[in-house]
Write a protein that binds this ligand. Structure first.
Ligand SMILES: [Zn+2]
Length: 339
């Protein structure tokens, strides 16, 4: 697969520049350090090698639409997420939730049917149902089995499926609104995905999506913070990349918006991500040792102290973030309409 000439999955152009290259070992270390859990690190490593079909993955940026993509462009599979995602936490509050509720308030939702892809524990759905949408009109798709139980208890139809799977073949023009928050950046088979979204939407329906903001990713990677690592995140979406895919597949980008920078969120993540990054860069060092301790109060306090000691070294990065504050919010929000 790596032998093939890279093609941009968003616009199908073939002019892409390398951003960075990572080895399977670096990627495995990013997800679980061998000092914390050697066996799990090893299983992740072999899973990544088999997904990539090699020891190396490149991240490229399309010169036409700005889409950043891993090459090979291969998403993590269930085995990969079972190994890496067992401690997933779903934030209750996200800017894209509020932004989408605002957009829905302008629409007629009285009889609307909705679908959320990657619904987690249903925190977004709880914002709109039953207030705007009846519970029996809500379908949630989620991989995490524990979340499925929670979603069902709340009265939603909850399915452990990919919307591209067969059971969705019979559900054309079924949904007024589809939601995909922090999902698309994980996925390959982009054309099938957007084709499916169009197919599932009623005419005049809309899909609301949020992805990580590429400007924030670029800041992190150029300022000693965490890398946006494949095969977890494999696509770095720009408004133009959404326009390219949409125009090819019968959708239209109706709105795009970058989240206003939330400084509290920014500092919290910057301090913790740059600390974790330091443990990755020096996996034999003292910081990495602390991070390899079993989870609990002792590790939490030691890591907080270590992260706090790293703050003075972050000041010049924060000055750069301040200069770019208008474009540095965490998420890019997109509304796609079926045409
Ligand atoms: Zn492109």
């Amino acid at each position: 697969m790596t032998g093939k000439e890279p093609v941009c999955p968003a616009c199908l152009g073939n002019h892409a520049q390398p951003i960075l290259s990572v080895s399977a070992q670096e990627a495995a270390l990013h997800f679980v350090s061998p000092r914390f859990d050697a066996e799990r690190n090893d299983r992740i490593l072999s899973r990544i090698r088999s997904l990539w079909g090699s020891d190396q993955c490149r991240i490229l940026e399309c010169q036409n639409c700005g889409f950043g993509f891993s090459w090979p462009f291969v998403a993590g599979d269930a085995a990969f997420y079972n190994l890496t995602g067992s401690d997933a936490v779903y934030p209750k509050v996200k800017w894209e939730f509020s932004r989408t509720v605002e957009a829905l308030a302008l629409r007629d939702t009285s009889d609307a049917r909705i679908l959320e892809v990657g619904a987690g524990n249903g925190f977004f759905l709880d914002r709109v149902s039953p207030r705007l949408i009846r519970q029996e009109n809500v379908t949630a798709v989620e991989y995490n089995e524990r979340s499925i139980t929670t979603l069902k208890r709340k009265g939603y139809e909850a399915l452990t499926l990919d919307i591209r799977d067969k059971p969705f073949d019979g559900r054309g023009s079924s949904f007024d609104f589809i939601f995909m928050f922090q999902v698309i950046e994980h996925l390959d088979r982009i054309d099938e995905l957007f084709e499916r979204v169009r197919f599932l939407l009623k005419p005049g329906g809309s899909a609301f999506c949020a992805v990580p903001n590429v400007k924030r990713i670029a800041y992190q990677e150029s300022h000693g913070s965490l890398l946006d690592m494949p095969p977890n995140h494999i696509g770095r979406w720009t408004p133009q990349a959404f326009r390219e895919v949409s125009s090819r597949l019968g959708l239209r980008v109706a709105a795009t918006e970058v989240e206003p920078l939330d400084w509290m969120e920014f500092f919290k993540h910057d301090i913790s991500y740059s600390h974790i990054r330091r443990t990755q860069i020096a996996p034999a060092g003292a910081l990495a040792k602390i991070r390899s301790w079993p989870r609990g109060r002792r590790r939490r306090l030691a890591e907080a102290a270590a992260a706090a000691l790293g703050i003075p070294a972050r000041l010049s990065s924060w000055a750069d973030a301040w200069k770019d504050r208008k474009i540095m919010g965490g998420s890019l929000w997109i509304q796609l309409d079926r045409i």
